[in-house]
Design a protein around this ligand. Sequence first.
Ligand SMILES: Cc1cc2nc3c(=O)[nH]c(=O)nc-3n(C[C@H](O)[C@H](O)[C@H](O)COP(=O)(O)O)c2cc1C
Length: 139
Amino acid sequence: MLIQLTYASRTARILGPADIKDILGASQRNNARADITGALCLNHGIFLQQLEGDRAAVNALYHRLLKDTRHRDTAVLDFGEIPHRRFTSWSMGLLTSLDTNRQLFLKYSSSADFDPYSMSTSTLRSFFDEVMQNVRWLE
Ligand SMILES: Cc1cc2nc3c(=O)[nH]c(=O)nc-3n(C[C@H](O)[C@H](O)[C@H](O)COP(=O)(O)O)c2cc1C
């Protein structure tokens, strides 16, 4: 059964490019093998990730993620069966606030801060539809 899981978390410390590269490297390696696709957003110390794939595989990954000490305050925001994937081309795309994506984060924020913890599931879904258009790989 194909499902998507969306969660948010906070960085546990200041993460540098090497940390992000490590996370994306592991994601590309493991997600491709497990047929998991998705996107990872990082904005002002808050991660927002959408994972898509087989229910058991996504659950196994989520439980592994919970043990990762690079982030904390992990909260599932949306979970459910999907008819098809949003992110078919990436094993894990990345969206950061470093570039032109700032406006996209702002568009979905009620205040100056991007706060996925308070976003409704329908807003999250609209957000990820747009992420799909903007996501890129970090080299
Ligand atoms: C915010 C965040 C997102 C992550 N996303 C993934 C992911 O999509 N896939 C993955 O395999 N690991 C992801 N990781 C890393 C895992 O927690 C873990 O370190 C990694 O899967 C271990 O892989 P390895 O045993 O191949 O080294 C993420 C970590 C963080 C902090």
